[in-house]
Ligand binder design. Structure first.
Ligand code: AGP
Length: 615
């Protein structure tokens, strides 16, 4: 949630903040604001709270000032948690003296008691946010501290919850102080211009060096450089990150929106993710950390934790890992995992799947897994993200930046990465012959070509969406690996079209949901060739008898299975366990075209933020 950018040094300009915030739009857009400091005026604050147009309006308002040089500045785009999306709740917030300014991402869980105490001490608040409490806490500490850093350190000890924030003070106007606790934050530089940001895309074209910040660490950034300190005040190394993302990858590049661009990038992102991932001995080539094959050979259970679309990728992986390795795989929604008593020990491999690598629920689940002694692996897309740093091993999806709130290319890349993991585990567990692993892996590497074929259904799916644009209820059904595809199809439609949509295992319909089917309903069946093909076609008959509008997503040779006005979406046939990578793409397109035909902007779904860093 919430995007942060801060700049100091000789290149600091207003425009760096507004452009950076535009690139962080996917983090939220309830309101936006910046505060700058210059020698003549001290602080100047601009805030806009007009929902989806906030960032655009902020940019317009500041156009004349965009090239103005500043000593330093901080900016924020907000996804509201504490306090409505109003102007007075928009960041940056100030303390009573208006000498301390702050932008914040995350939640101060004990903010009510802190606010009450601060109120007793005479502090006056001008917003309903938890963020403003931090400014006043720092204000209270500052007279007793030798530096802003020390005041921030003392304030941070009083607060509970996951958060990152950046503070600026008029006492030392070129210095930025940042704090990171289980929420994203990084430092970057070019020459003597220094940045703090929540995400790389904000500063991709501004900086040439990027550094990761550890949890519970503080950073002090000024034109002379950046230093990191741990909670005890000891100086820590800032580890340099090597992100090969380009600005082009983070821009729309001629597409109407990021979602359509990212749908069309899926062949490349899958190729980049899977090719070169198995070495000559069929061992998985991991990123950054060394895979300890001996340790992995001893595992007897896999546990996958994830949220949303990443959870659906994990669900596909469960079928593949169990099939190829004969090991039990448990799958859990991250926010459930940590609050029950998962049976996990040192022979369990816990796999956290996450595009951002920052989703708080999954990050917390990963912490819990480590506490329980499990071996851990992160499958994530953002290099140097919190999960990548916490897990024992990392397998990156090399999908490039995903800007659209609704995940598409990272989902298919996640499934690809998890398939390679499944094959690797099958090899070291001795459940597949080496040649079988090689054959399956080569087939996986061929999938990008099949994706190119699926992308051809774009126009026919658009026509289908316009035909169905007056329908009100959608049911997606599938069996076996078609079930997670159905769940993902429904999630995509809900996220960007706001239409009631449900995903069901087709065999479960008759146990209740079939009661919902009538002529107003639309049923979309994922019916590509798995070994349950005949069974799902029986489920199709049950559905057909209730006369909903029926759409069948099937393999090219099965087109004859529809009757009357029913619709068929044809996709190429691939190995059944790889089919979700192919089958989900027309459903992503369907959600996209439904959103467009209903007049919604797919890149700015209401109420959602790309990365959910609150519980
Ligand atoms: C997907 O379209 C959604 N934006 C959402 O469900 C997302 O997958 C979920 O929040 C998990 O995010 P992560 O992959 O970054 O952990």
């Amino acid at each position: 949630m919430c995007g942060i950018i801060a700049v100091t040094g000789s290149g600091a300009k207003v425009e760096i903040l507004t452009t950076g915030l535009k690139r962080l739009e996917y983090r939220g857009y309830d309101s936006a604001g910046i505060i700058t400091v210059d020698a003549a005026h001290g602080f100047t604050r601009y805030r806009v709270a007009n929902g989806k147009t906030s960032l655009h309006e902020l940019e317009q308002e500041l156009e004349a000032a965009s090239s103005n040089e500043i000593l330093a500045g901080i900016g924020h785009t907000r996804w509201a948690t504490h306090g409505g999306p109003t102007l007075f709740n928009a960041h940056p917030h100030l303390d009573c003296t208006e000498k301390i300014a702050i932008v914040h991402n995350g939640i101060v869980e004990n903010f009510r008691e802190l606010k009450e105490q601060l109120g007793h001490n005479g502090h006056l608040f001008s917003s309903e946010t938890d963020t403003e409490v931090i400014a006043h806490l720092i204000e209270e500490q500052r007279p007793f501290c030798s530096s802003l850093l020390e005041a921030v350190q003392k304030a941070s000890r009083l607060m509970r919850g996951a958060m990152s924030f950046v503070v600026m003070s008029l006492d030392d106007p070129t210095t930025l102080v940042g704090f990171k606790r289980m929420a994203p934050m990084m430092v970057a530089s070019k020459g003597d211009t220094w940045f703090i940001a929540s995400d790389i895309p904000a500063i991709l074209d501004r900086a040439d060096r990027f550094f990761q910040v550890e949890d519970e660490n503080f950073v002090v950034v000024d034109p002379l450089g950046a230093k990191a300190f741990d909670e005890n005040g000891s100086e820590r190394d800032l580890v340099e990150l090597h992100a090969n993302w380009t600005l082009d990858a983070a821009e729309r590049s001629g597409y109407d929106d990021f979602m359509s661009k990212e749908i069309f990038e899926q062949a490349a992102s899958l190729r980049d993710t899977v090719v070169g991932r198995l070495d000559a001995s069929q061992n998985l080539v991991l990123d950054e950390h060394l895979a300890d094959t001996d340790l992995l050979a001893r595992i007897n259970k896999v546990f996958i934790v994830a949220c949303g679309t990443s959870y659906h990728a994990g669900m596909v992986a469960k079928y593949a890992i169990e099939h190829w390795t004969k090991m039990p795989v448990e799958l859990d929604i991250s926010s459930e995992f940590r609050y029950r008593d998962p049976v996990v020990d040192e022979r369990t491999l816990v796999v956290a799947v996450s595009q951002s690598g920052e989703t708080l629920d999954t990050l917390a689940a990963l912490h819990e897994a480590k506490n329980l002694g499990a071996q851990t692996l992160a499958v994530c897309n953002v290099v140097g993200s919190s999960m990548a740093r916490l897990a024992d091993s990392v397998l990156y999806t090399r999908a490039g930046p995903e800007v659209s709130v609704a995940s598409t290319k990272t989902h298919t890349a996640q499934i690809g990465a998890l398939m390679v993991l499944a094959l690797h585990l099958a090899r070291i567990k001795g459940q597949l012959y080496p040649q079988e692993v090689i054959d399956l892996y080569l087939e996986l590497c061929e999938l990008p070509n099949k994706i190119e074929e699926v992308l051809q259904v774009w126009d026919s799916v658009a026509a289908l969406a316009s035909r169905l644009s007056d329908k009100q209820r959608f049911y997606f059904i599938g069996r076996h690996v078609g079930y997670p595809v159905a769940l993902e199809g429904a999630l995509k439609l809900k996220e960007i079209s706001y239409l009631p949509a449900e995903g069901y295992p087709a065999g479960e319909l008759k146990h209740g949901p079939i009661a919902m089917l009538d002529e107003q309903a639309v049923v979309i069946v994922v019916a590509t060739r798995t070994r349950l093909y005949e069974k799902i076609m029986s489920n199709v008959e049950e559905v057909r008898a209730r006369k909903p509008f029926l759409v069948i997503l099937g393999n090219q040779q099965d087109e004859g299975c529809i009757t009357g006005s029913e619709e068929f979406i044809a996709v190429p046939r691939v190995h059944p366990l790889f089919a979700p990578i192919i089958d989900v793409i027309p459903l992503q397109m369907f959600a996209y075209h439904m959103a467009k035909s209903l007049g919604y902007d797919p890149d700015r779904p209401r109420n959602l933020a790309k990365t959910v860093t609150v519980e």
